[in-house]
Write a protein that binds this ligand. Structure first.
Ligand code: 16H
Length: 253
């Protein structure tokens, strides 16, 4: 294997491996920071509430670029009994994906950039009458601590990238995506001893943002109807999946 690690000898520690930056490190840093800024922006003018169900609210802004629908989507939800880390972990990890994804034909990892960053190649279910779509994107998971006392914020970003192992094969069309899942954990009525925190004390505040360009023409009405149906369905199905999976497991903070 080829790595960008360097071994150095130090008088105190002996031999040390210093992990260098990989080729996408700077781009990932920039996109993560953009999402952290954007997440605090509240929805206001121009955003339509397209779905509301319990604590879940899904908004979108209608935007077209050269006649192609690229509506930004933003979803807020609060889930009881899980942490932000758990939600992000299940979203990022490859092994659970086909258990909650209903819009994919396949998914595979084509490169591991570091322990928190992989590149996925996915085939999306065809939406009639459009051509089938695929996607190739880096997926990065990260924990951001805000202060000593607060629970950290967790996030996952999926961002389109080209890759030699994933050439675009016509008539298949490539989706261009910038998607983020950002989660905060709230601990209600915190017990004196943090060891005594139970699932019933937990609440996760989730924000999901998706900027997806279909990569080629698709009828606007069709895309908007699919989006209106599929995003709420995904949020519901995925979050209940995580609740089910973690119910009897130790809490992952
Ligand atoms: O975020 C979701 N899934 C991720 C894990 O599989 C992948 C996702 C992604 C999507 C596209 C490209 C790269 C990465 O982040 C959940 C996605 C839920 C999708 C709901 C359906 C959205 C429909 C939008 C219309 C797009 C045009 C399609 C035309 C045929």
């Amino acid at each position: 294997t080829v790595t960008n690690a360097t071994v150095v000898s130090t008088p105190q520690e002996g031999n040390l491996v210093i992990q260098g930056k990989h080729r996408l490190a700077n781009e990932i840093e920039r996109i993560v920071q953009e999402h952290l800024q954007y997440v605090r922006e509240s929805v206001s003018h121009g955003w339509d509430l397209i779905h509301q169900e319990g604590e879940m609210k899904v908004y979108r802004r209608e935007v077209e670029e050269n006649g192609i629908v690229i509506d930004p989507l933003k979803c807020f939800h609060t889930i009881k009994g899980v942490t932000g880390h758990e939600i992000c972990r299940y979203f990022w990890e490859y092994q659970y994906r086909m258990e909650w994804e209903t819009t994919l034909d396949s998914t595979k990892i084509i490169e591991v950039l570091d322990p928190d960053t992989v590149i996925f190649f996915q085939l999306h279910k065809r939406v009639w009458p459009a051509a089938q779509r695929d996607s190739c994107f880096w997926s990065h998971i990260r924990c951001i601590s805000n202060s000593e006392e607060d629970q950290p914020t967790w996030l996952v970003v999926n961002y389109t990238t080209p890759h030699p192992l994933a050439p675009i094969k016509s008539p298949q069309v490539r989706l261009v995506a910038n998607v983020a899942l950002i989660c905060e954990t709230i601990i209600n009525e915190p017990p004196l001893n943090p060891q005594d925190i139970k699932r019933e004390n937990l609440e996760c505040k989730l924000t999901y943002v998706a900027l997806i360009n279909p990569g080629g023409w698709v009828p606007s009405v069709g895309v908007r109807n699919v989006a209106k149906r599929e995003y709420p369905r995904f949020i519901k199905r995925f979050t209940s999946y995580v609740v089910d999976q973690t119910r009897d497991k130790p809490i992952l903070f």
